[in-house]
Write a new protein. Structure first.
Length: 279
């Protein structure tokens, strides 16, 4: 018997990184121009953003079916393994519900479902902590219990470089998008209670950097947990923000990441974000 960690593709780790961590992932699907692509399997991050920027339409996304989870769960049930699944916020997607249905279908008590109430780097934080616990010999049940105490302490803050994709997705009116674009407005967003929330705007990139830096400075950050700086291409925006943080006295041992196609569908290119755990 061993403890197995499973996630979904919205963690935005590459499959090489997942392999290094010994984590299995179930892909979500991106539907684009009449074709469906398994996130991170049939389409790379670079390919997705090329398509997104050259297209006049917004892609849609869909969650894995319970049957996709069931295949994995049954395999580990047969092997006598205990499973911890860490998934995208149930407020943002029905993916966790698919996993719960699959657990019921599998009829196996040793599957523990953790609703991250987060996405992308927020899930990555939980995954890395779960893997550390697993490697230290902690049981699946205990890992799930520990993660549940960390979930409400995860924070994600970001600025979005353009309103274009929020307009396409119907989250911002076309009029507001046109005015905001002309003024160089950068929307600021956060993930809170499992949902994506608007927390204001900034004038230009420097204004967005200022506001994000102030948020990080005011936070009581748990430095024993991962601090992740991530982006939706180009990477240069993230590098500029890191330099700006260092200039303003913010210096953490950072991990770096890139948004994938599922979250990128709604955010678009040019975004910069931070994810961390508070005390």
């Amino acid at each position: 018997m061993k403890t197995v960690i499973i996630t979904d593709s919205t963690c935005d780790l590459t499959y090489q990184q997942l392999e290094q961590l010994n984590v299995e992932a179930v892909p979500l699907t991106v539907n684009f121009s009449g074709k469906s692509y398994r996130d991170g399997v049939d389409i790379t991050k670079s390919e997705f953003f090329d398509m997104l920027e050259s297209s006049s339409e917004n892609p849609t996304t869909s969650q894995p079916s319970p049957e996709e989870f069931l295949k994995l769960f049954e395999k580990h049930k047969e092997q006598g393994n205990h499973v911890v699944y860490i998934g995208i916020s149930s407020v943002l997607s029905g993916t966790v519900q698919s996993a719960r249905i699959a657990k019921d279908m599998c009829d196996y008590d040793n599957i523990y479902i953790v609703d991250s109430l987060s996405a992308t780097a927020g899930i990555e934080i939980l995954l890395r902590l779960a893997c550390e616990m697993r490697d230290n010999g902690m049981t699946a049940e205990k890992i799930a219990e520990e993660l549940a105490t960390i979930v409400p302490k995860i924070r994600i803050f970001a600025y979005v470089d353009t309103l274009k994709y929020l307009v396409r997705g119907g989250r911002v009116s076309r009029t507001a998008g046109a005015i905001g674009g002309a003024l160089g407005v950068k929307p600021l967003i956060a993930v809170a209670d499992g949902a994506v929330l608007s927390i204001g705007t900034a004038r230009g990139q420097k204004g967005a950097f200022d506001k994000l830096c102030n948020i990080v400075k005011d936070a009581d950050i748990d430095t024993t947990k991962p601090f992740i700086l991530f982006h939706s291409r180009p990477e240069e925006n993230m590098q500029l923000f890191e330099a700006y943080m260092l200039e303003n006295g913010i210096n953490y041992d950072m991990l770096y990441g890139e948004l994938g196609s599922v979250i990128g569908t709604h955010i678009g290119p040019g975004a910069v974000a931070v994810a961390y755990v508070i005390k």
